[in-house]
Every structure is written in structure tokens, then in C-alpha cells.
Design a protein around this ligand. Sequence first.
Ligand code: NAP
Length: 266
Amino acid sequence: MNRHATSHPATAIVANRNDKPAKKILVLGATSGIAEATCRIWAAQGAQLFLVARNAEKLAAVAADLRLRGASYVGTAVADLDDTDKHPEMLAHAINSLTGMDIAYLALGVLGDQPRAEQEFNHAAQIVYTNFMAPVSLLTWLANYCVQRHAGVLAVLSSVAGDRGRKSNYVYGSSKAGLTAFLAGLRNRINREGVTVLTIKPGPVKTAMTASMKGAEKFANVNKVAATIVRAIDKRVDTLYVPSIWLPIMLVIRHIPERIFKKLNL
Ligand SMILES: NC(=O)c1ccc[n+]([C@@H]2O[C@H](COP(=O)([O-])OP(=O)(O)OC[C@H]3O[C@@H](n4cnc5c(N)ncnc54)[C@H](OP(=O)(O)O)[C@@H]3O)[C@@H](O)[C@H]2O)c1
């Protein structure tokens, strides 16, 4: 078995270095810092990857890097994932290119500008659309694909910000809260069909999204976060707080009484 094979998976039986069949992974929002770090780990395992992103230049650079790192197949498609009408055709093409799919990894997201979103509904709607509506569209199609096969993992980047609305980022937070609730309901529906739905809730991570934020240098290391995500997918976990310290932190934050919480500057 040649894990460096670059041919279409339909024309080659591909295995990783342990001679286990290579994972077939669809990555949506593949130029994300967290997605890229995760894909580097999968590439080193010899995975077959199909990457979807809206920036053609960045996507080509990420794909070339992953080929060099050992991915046994890397397919790409350029798509603005806000264009939900195109999702069914794009997803069918991606899975056809991979000749199947074991894992779908959704990383698309925008932080947006909270002060602007407080003044302009259109900006708030844009944040909610990319972080909630687009994933709902993708997951509706992907969930039904997985249910038909009684297999698959849908791993989705939500956020600790969705655990409680705070004045500093409640538009982004509410889009992630909606996504987290959607994933919980989807899991309740399809886990019994053999499909894993993994809700990933990172705390602040050092990526392009957070680069301009105060204290960004202290945020979690993206490679460590990615390694934890890969392990959680392998173990078919339901919900992952990463780094794990965010589980007790959010437990406390969720339980602060509203009469106190409303006075805090969070
Ligand atoms: N970093 C953190 O602290 C943190 C914490 C909690 C949750 N998260 C979540 O983790 C995920 C990944 O974030 P990240 O930290 O890796 O940030 P990032 O590097 O800014 O990645 C976000 C990705 O989403 C893509 N994207 C946005 N809108 C899109 C659209 N309409 N169509 C296609 N792609 C689109 C971006 O594409 P472009 O490159 O073209 O802009 C970018 O690749 C996001 O869902 C984020 O909300 C991040």
C-alpha cells in the first residue's frame, strides 16, 4: 500500500502506515487555522482529504502542504459556504471524489464585529448566517447521507461562547448557541443510527480569528487543540471542551444567577 499515492481514491486502494484503511475526511472551511492544524495531523496519518474553502489561493497553499505531509489524496473545491443553494451539489461532488466519507469536519465561522452588529442588523444577520444557517444546511444533507449508511462522524466547531450570552460577543455567541442546540438535537436523532455528532467547544485559540484580540498571546496553542480534536473524533465523543479547563469554567459561568450576571462586564 502506498500512502503517498496521489491518484483518485477510486483508482487506488489506499492505506495508512498501519495498513488501516485511510480515513476519508471532508473539511468545510478548510483554510481555518484550527482546521489546517487538524488536517496536518490527519495528513501525517495518510488520510484522504477533500477541502472546501472560499479563498482559492489559501486553499491551494493548504492543499499543497497537506500533500507534502503525507495525505494519500487531497481534493479541493472553492465555495462560499453562505451559498446554501449550492450545498447539495458541492457535497455530492466532494463525497464522490473521496469515494465515501468517514468524517465531516465543519470549521467555517466568523467572529464578526460586535459593536457594529449592535447597530446594523445586516451585520448581525451575516454572523448568524455563516455560523448557524450555513452549518444547518450542510449538516442536514450530511446527516441524511450518514444515516443512509449507518456510519460517519459529523465533527463541528461551535464555541464556549454559545454556553451563555455575554455583552462583549452575544451575536457570535448566540449563533454558536443555536448551533450547539441544533447539534444536540441532531445527535439525539441520529446517534441511534450509528452516526456520531461531535460538538467541539474551544475556548480562545491563537488563530487569525483572534489575532487582534486583547491577550491573544495567552490563548491556546492551535496544534494542541487540533491534537485533542483528533483524539475526540477517534473516541467518538459527544461534546468536547478544549482546552479542558473550559468545562469547569463554563459550568460556573452558566450557573451565575441572572440578577448578578446582568451586572458583570464579561
Ligand atoms: N479561534 C478561536 O478562539 C475559536 C474559539 C471557539 C470557536 N472557534 C470556531 O472555530 C472555527 C474555526 O475558527 P478559527 O479559529 O480556525 O478561525 P479562522 O482561521 O478565522 O477560520 C475561520 C474559517 O471560516 C471560513 N469562512 C468564513 N466564512 C465562510 C464562508 N462563507 N464560506 C467558506 N468559508 C468561510 C474562513 O475563510 P477565509 O479564510 O476565506 O476567511 C476561515 O477559513 C470557527 O467556527 C470558530 O467560530 C474558534
